[in-house]
Write a protein that binds this ligand. Structure first.
Ligand SMILES: [Zn+2]
Length: 265
């Protein structure tokens, strides 16, 4: 298979402490030559969870960002530090950021304020954003329309879990749709429809490891090697060879995320 990019994983997670090197080796052996470590970690003041991985392993790019769960912990100093970290040569995007009204771990007005601030930081840096949205589509779209769309830097709808309507709106706002393991779950017809309809040049694949492992690994700890199952599912849906999907999603990732970054393959 052509090499493929896992566009979103949390390999800093302590679940990988016992065997991180093995997990990365299995990914590379499975054709997952590059991974994006998403650096929300345990939240501020530590913003560098993914940067540490990218500094240590050549297979990783990194993101930095404050997850909506942690919005209440964000200080002005943290936001200033994000600005600095976006200049790191391996940091390709700001995320994951957005709104989570399912857990409401931070008050909604705080989530919105920190989301806004981070969009303005990403815009200044000319970097794409990675969106986490849960039970908050309307407010997410409203904020993106207000703060992001006019600047057209683009971004990623991480673990896209909407249907064709949300997919359309996301695409219209210039976003890529990143599909994770959920697309392989039995009751995900809406997400599969979105994966079928999406233009080939706007699709990405991800694991969100250690969460949400795809069938046939469902229920296990997820790891980047498993992204091939998600890719195979989407390729079958779309009637293309998995190789073709791997090539296309890799090209999409490079076009969106590697504009200013140092490329190693
Ligand atoms: Zn994530």
């Amino acid at each position: 298979m052509s090499s493929i990019v896992d566009s979103h994983c949390h390999l800093d997670n302590k679940e990988f402490d016992p065997d991180r090197d093995d997990v990365i080796r299995r990914a590379v052996d499975a054709g997952v030559a590059r991974m994006v470590a998403v650096g929300t970690g345990e939240g501020p003041p530590d913003l560098e969870a993914a940067v540490r991985l990218a500094d240590r392993y050549p297979e990783f790019y990194a993101t930095v960002g404050i997850h909506p769960h942690d919005a209440a912990k964000a200080s002005d100093a943290d936001l200033a530090r994000l600005r600095e970290l976006l200049g790191h040569p391996r940091v390709v995007a700001l995320g994951e950021i957005g709104l989570d009204y399912h857990y409401d771990f931070s008050p909604r007005d705080t989530q919105q304020a920190v989301f806004r601030e981070q969009m303005s930081i990403a815009r200044e840096a000319g970097k794409p954003i990675v969106i986490h949205t849960r039970e908050a589509w309307d407010d997410t779209f409203a904020l993106l329309e207000e703060q992001w769309a006019p600047h057209s830097v683009g971004g990623i709808m991480h673990c896209f879990s909407g249907g064709p309507g949300e997919a359309r709106r996301s695409l219209d706002l210039g976003f890529h749709l990143s599909f994770g393991g959920i697309v392989t779950f039995p009751r995900a017809d809406d997400i599969r429809q979105a994966a079928l309809d999406a233009p080939a040049d706007r699709i990405l694949v991800e694991t969100d490891a250690p969460y949400l492992a795809p069938v046939p690994k469902r229920g296990k700890r997820n790891e980047p090697a498993f992204v091939v199952h998600t890719a195979a599912k989407i390729a079958a849906l779309r009637g293309v060879a998995v190789d073709e999907l791997a090539r296309q999603t890799t090209a999409n990732f490079e076009r969106l995320c590697l504009r200013g970054a140092s490329i190693r393959s």
